[in-house]
Structure formats: C-alpha cells, structure tokens
Design a protein around this ligand. Structure first.
Ligand code: C2E
Ligand code: MG
Ligand code: MG
Ligand code: MG
Length: 279
C-alpha cells in the first residue's frame, strides 16, 4: 500500500488493472463452475394490464447465487457467458426451469391465465437447434405454446440476421410469441419491425424514466403506442416506478406495464403467493 503512494498514479493504475484482470479471470472460472454446479435460479416479475391492473404475465429473470460473492445480477455475467460459449446451456436451463415452473403454477392455481416471458441471447438464436429444444421443452412440460413469449433484443440482428430471422419464424410457427425487448435503445428499430414479425414491443425503461421531464419522450411513447395499434402489437412499458408514470402511460393508451411500482422481481414462492391473490 505504501508503495502505491511512492510511485503514485502508475502503481495505482497497474494495481487496478491487476485487480480487474484477476476478477475477470475469476469470473470466468467461477462461471464455468456455476454451470457445472447449477448455481442459478430464477426470479419472476409481473406484467400488468395498464387499465385494469390485472396480472397478464410474468417475466423470468436469471440470478446467480455465487458461493462467495452472493447474488450476482445478469448484467454482470451474461456477456461473459456469451463469450465463453456457456450461454446455450444456461439459456436451455432457463427455458426448462421457467416452463416447468409455469406448468406447476398452472396445476396448483386453477383458473390461472398468465403468459411467461423468457429472455434470450443472440448466441442462442443463431443455433438452429434452438427451436427443436424449445419444442421438446414445450412437449415435456405440457405448456401451451401460446402462453410462452421469447424476448429478444435488437442486437440479435447484428450478426447472421438471416439465421436469426429463420429461428424467429420457426419459433412463431410453434405458436410461441416474440417480444422485442429494450425497444428504442438499439439501432434501426423500424426496419426490424418491417422485416421480422413480432408480437410485442417492450419500451425501454430509459423512455419511461425520461417521460416525466421530457415532453418529447412522452410524444415518442405515444408514437410507439400508435404504431403498435396499427401493426397489432402488444406494447409493454418497462420500469414503471411511480404512479405518475403509470397514469401517463394509461392516458397515452399503453396496454401493458411492468416495473417496481407493480412488483419487484420475486422468487418462485413469493410470486406464487402474489399471483394467487388475484385469482
Ligand atoms: P430486461 O429483460 O430488460 O429485464 C428488465 C430489467 O429491469 C430486470 O433487471 C429487472 O429487474 C429490471 N427492472 C424491472 N422493473 C424495474 C424498475 O421499475 N426500475 C428499475 N430500475 N429496474 C427495473 P435484471 O433482472 O437485472 O436483468 C437485466 C437484464 O439481463 C435483462 O433486462 C435481460 O436483458 C438480461 N437477462 C435477465 N435474465 C436473463 C436470462 O435468463 N437470459 C438472458 N439471455 N438474459 C437475461
Ligand atoms: Mg426482458
Ligand atoms: Mg428490457
Ligand atoms: Mg435488457
């Protein structure tokens, strides 16, 4: 520590570099182990009808229970999992687990009518095996394909757009829905809507956060909602944290909402209790 002061900035710089290199390497080793030991679990966040407040669906979100670091959020490891080629097996587990959970809820809670949303990465959709595995999971869990929605982001179209487009069509042919997640933060959004059939658009949280202070942002949301009406797309606004935002989204005619105001992501048990309340 004293040496750091002696050589000043240089020592601090290398020390930081060393730390981040070590932790990057550690992350890779730990992630490999996490897959082998299955240290992952899913939390669920509700999606609501804006006008009635009724829960219409849940989104599955992955968490990593790291033996030393505690709970790690997906932004800290999904990218590395993609680079390491681990995302295919993680993604397969997520789909299997979420569909199994949904089937369990359907059996335990008669009258339950919820859609399940599952996030996917480009790496998964580039693999032609994806749809075959998806079909297999649906058959084994006995889940109605119409109740499942696969969430994708615009970034999936950057590489191999043709293969990805084919995968999306084959997923839809199964009766599974496709949602375009984080809409508005990526690249040429409208050209993707033109070329690929979607069922849902999820307006990124960034817009919801900005809309109270920026009249232009509110206008953009209104335009996306109008676009959704014309193209027959469900529009979900993400990241609703206060009732002013909720009211504004209701006024503009945004059909669905998701965010901490309505529910935080909950583990399977807590979510079961939460959704049972509305039955
Ligand atoms: P996403 O799919 O856009 O999910 C929404 C994220 O926003 C979640 O973060 C959620 O916890 C958070 N969120 C929801 N409501 C609010 C709110 O009102 N305020 C704020 N500040 N945040 C809110 P999370 O769970 O950390 O996930 C981050 C991202 O990681 C997800 O963004 C998704 O892109 C990715 N991800 C999560 N699970 C999976 C998975 O199983 N597979 C893949 N490939 N990606 C995943
Ligand atoms: Mg999502
Ligand atoms: Mg999102
Ligand atoms: Mg995201």
């Amino acid at each position: 520590q004293a040496k750091r002061h002696d050589i000043g900035g240089y020592a601090m710089f290398t020390a930081t570099m060393h730390e981040s290199l070590v932790s990057a390497l550690e992350l890779r080793t730990d992630l490999q182990n996490a897959v082998a030991r299955n240290e992952f679990y899913l939390v669920y966040q509700t999606i609501h009808d804006t006008a009635t407040g009724k829960i219409t669906g849940v989104e599955a979100l992955i968490r990593w229970k790291h033996p030393k670091r505690g709970i790690v959020t997906p932004v800290a490891f999904i990218g590395t999992a993609e680079e390491m080629g681990l995302i295919r097996s993680i993604g397969r587990w997520v789909l299997q687990e979420a569909c199994t959970q949904m089937r369990t809820w359907r059996d335990r809670l008669p009258g339950l009518d919820l859609r399940l949303s599952v996030n996917t990465s480009a790496e998964e959709l580039k693999d032609p095996q994806f749809t075959i595995e998806l079909q297999d999971i649906l058959t084994k869990t006995g889940l109605d394909p119409h109740t499942l929605q696969i969430e994708v982001t615009e970034s999936i179209f950057l590489e191999n757009p043709e293969i990805v487009g084919k995968t999306l069509s084959s997923i839809r042919a199964l009766g599974v829905r496709i949602a375009l997640d984080d809409f508005g933060t990526g690249y040429s959004s409208l050209s993707y809507l033109d070329r690929y059939a979607m069922d849902t658009i999820k307006i990124d949280r960034l817009f919801v956060t900005r809309m109270s202070t920026e009249p232009r942002t509110m206008a953009i949301i209104g335009t996306i909602v109008a676009l959704g009406r014309v193209l027959d797309l469900e529009i979900v606004a993400e990241g609703i944290e206060d009732s002013t935002q909720l009211k504004a989204l209701l006024d503009v005619g945004c059909g669905s909402v998701q965010g901490y105001l309505l529910s935080h992501p909950l583990d399977a048990n807590d979510m079961e209790e939460f959704i049972a309340q509305q039955l």
